[in-house]
Design a protein. Sequence first.
Length: 410
Amino acid sequence: MKVQLKIFSIEAIRGFAAIYVIIGHIVLLYNPQNFFPQIGFLIKTAFSFGHQAVILFFIVSGFSIHYSTQLKKRNLQKTKKEYFFSRWKRLYPLFFLSLILSMLVLYMIQIPSSNLRNYLSFVFLTDISKGSFSDPLPTNFPIWSLSYEVLYYLVYPFLWVYISKYSIQKIFFYSIVLSIVASLISSFCYPNHLTNVFQYYWTWVAGAWIADMKLKNTKVSAKYFKGSIVFCLALMLTLENVFILRDWFWALFFVLILISYFSKIEGSTQKQTILNFTIGTLGILFAFLVTNIESAVFHPVLLRYLLVGILFFMLFFLVIPFHKFQKVLRVSLYPFVSIGSFSYALYIFNWPIILLFKYYFISWAELSFLNMSALIFVNFAFIFLLSWVLEMKLQQKISAQLSKMYVRFN
């Protein structure tokens, strides 16, 4: 079976998520929305889903690792050492440089940081969740997600034994059980780094499962599909303050969208359309009821308007054939394909650079919207240029040298 060496839509998703995260950080740190007091709240809210973008990274990461492993027909039991080396070579050189930059910015803008936090940062052991060993560096807050990614990478060769022995669907089911148990422990018993990481593990395995569907050209029934997407859309936007459930609904929404993109969806009958409408409507009604629970939501009035919008979206969505939906996704993602190739550098370098620009130029930028626009433009250009040079040029040279050393000593 002929397969693509690189999935351009996956590269595009990485690029899109990286751009969204950078914009979110700029909105958070620069507050450009203050120039538009009437819609400032909406601007801030629209770019406040950076955490959910990281969950999308987890899913895409699981897809990429499993897809490349299957494509190369690797026997990970025989090549664990090579696998771990390739992952370290891919992640650590740029990560190390980003931490050096972060330490430099830490010194320049005089933000206090403990030695423990500094040391743990270099070994991927900082996190934002309760029970973590330490918070991330204040000058590179986003690196918390790499402590999750690294553990998922370490587990994969051992998971491969069971994927080879059983079906990946069964492994996916077990990963959901593991994530639920980990979440319960973190929430109610003993929050710690390990359970914090594994409460999102099912999202990474879901990405691997989607890659398996892609490789096997799996057909998926549309029986419950569109209604489930609408159901997740309603709940993920509504459960603002129930963090783990909110994140899981976001993850499930992303998983369903990716399955619909990479799989052949069989056409739905009129009866199935009614069933999808029923599922979607129940999700919207349930979400509407949730908006009355103060402990679950922050913005009940806004959410009720959004739910009305989701209802109209559902009516339109149900009549669109899946192949047209896939085409819309493909066209929407296309501009981000080239950015995906250096999205890792964008992700780990943007926060310290934005902080540095803020420290030196924010008082000037706040004088006018024109000044703020100029600062954001220059900031973006600098982040893009630095990230491109580091990942597309320097990283490749470092990788080549490390590969030569690996061959020489092995």
